[in-house]
Design a binder for this molecule. Structure first.
Ligand code: GH3
Ligand code: MG
Ligand code: MG
Ligand code: MG
Length: 324
């Protein structure tokens, strides 16, 4: 998966600025209430970009937040409305914070332009607007927007790959290691609750031997889905190793932990797992070892150790069971 990811970064680098606008026309929201002005601008951009005209600034804010625009083109000469206020609103909303803004101002508006730049507008044009310059500046903003969008998506993807397990999409062991210590510490400080389960699939080697490794993988993926479905957003499900999973449950006491564990065990055992894309079904059971934080200097290691001991007993006592 690391190599696949490097591939996507390389792909980003290989993309030229021209590629970024060649695929789809830029989408522009033009905020201007004078008909002669917006007709002229829309016509100038029409061949190359898709322009939506909005004469009402409040409506413009709404449309910018809802729509998938590459650029807001804002006139400073709006009736009864300060264009800079609109710019600052665009900058304060999550949905429009990164939308490029190009301001169109009158020649005597130096100080407003300076304020606009302070607010974070990306560029401006001074009237009378030269249509070639307008097109060029819009093009530049749109390309930059698309480039940074791609870069951001690629960075987020890299970060996600670093903390998730490729087969199941659950957190990986590295993520657990880096978070469990902090969780245990915080829980200890406030004398709160925290429980931890180690879940191990029973006789999984036999499943692989009987049905093949690919079928085993299918089961692991479905298994992860069932785990996710049975947890709260707060809980941290992680693939600890091959067919072994750790679930950390913050703010969860002994009683709730045992209910969650038992519910999970039932949900796994009750419905057989589809393999070969649904061509066959396999019964799967799990053994679960649970540990609950004791406020006598518990560490991630001591918690995991207690859960592991409990798991060992669950296996020894016949499997398909929870031991606390
Ligand atoms: P038990 O836990 O009940 O004692 O028996 P087991 O057979 O599950 O235990 P063991 O730890 O001996 O075997 C675990 C097996 O899980 C070994 C390996 O074939 C399988 N396994 C581990 N990781 C993967 C994986 O990513 N995909 C598949 N298909 N199998 C895996
Ligand atoms: Mg084992
Ligand atoms: Mg096992
Ligand atoms: Mg195992």
């Amino acid at each position: 998966d690391l190599r696949a990811n490097q591939g996507s970064v390389a792909f980003d680098r290989a993309m030229t600025y021209a590629d970024l606008t060649a695929r789809a026309p830029g989408r522009i929201l033009l905020v201007e209430d004078r008909r002669s002005a917006y007709v002229r601008i829309a016509q100038a951009l029409a061949g190359e970009m898709a322009v939506d005209i909005e004469t009402n600034p409040q409506e413009a804010l709404f449309r910018a937040a809802e729509g998938d625009y590459d650029l807001a083109l804002v006139s400073t000469s709006l009736d009864d409305y300060d264009a800079l206020r609109l710019c600052s609103q665009l900058r304060s909303l999550d949905r429009t914070r990164l939308l490029p803004i190009l301001l169109i101002a009158d020649p005597d508006e130096d100080s407003r332009l300076a304020r606009g730049l302070d607010l974070g507008i990306n560029d401006y044009l001074v009237r009378p607007v030269d249509t070639q310059e307008l097109t060029a500046r819009c093009r530049t903003q749109i390309r930059r927007k698309r480039y940074t969008d791609r870069l951001r998506a690629s960075v987020l993807q890299t970060m996600e790959l670093a903390i998730t397990d490729a087969l199941t999409g659950l957190y990986n062991r590295r993520y657990l290691d880096s978070h469990l210590a902090a969780l245990v510490e915080r829980t200890t400080e406030k004398k709160g609750d925290l429980s931890l389960l180690i879940v191990d699939i029973d006789y999984f080697k036999k499943v692989n031997d009987t049905h093949g490794h690919d079928a085993g993988d299918e089961i692991l993926r479905e298994f992860a889905t069932r785990i996710r479905r049975n947890l709260r957003a707060l809980d941290l499900p992680c693939r600890f190793g091959g067919e072994e999973f750790v679930i950390v449950m913050p703010e969860t006491d002994y009683g709730i932990a045992s209910i969650v564990a038992e519910r999970l065990r039932t949900k796994i055992a009750r419905d057989p797992f589809a393999i070969h894309g649904g061509a066959a079904f396999v019964d799967v059971t799990i053994s679960v070892g649970a540990a609950y934080i004791l406020h006598d200097g518990d560490t991630p290691e001591s918690l995991l150790k207690r859960a592991d001991n409990a798991l060992y007993r669950a296996k020894a006592e016949g499997r398909n069971r929870v031991v606390l």
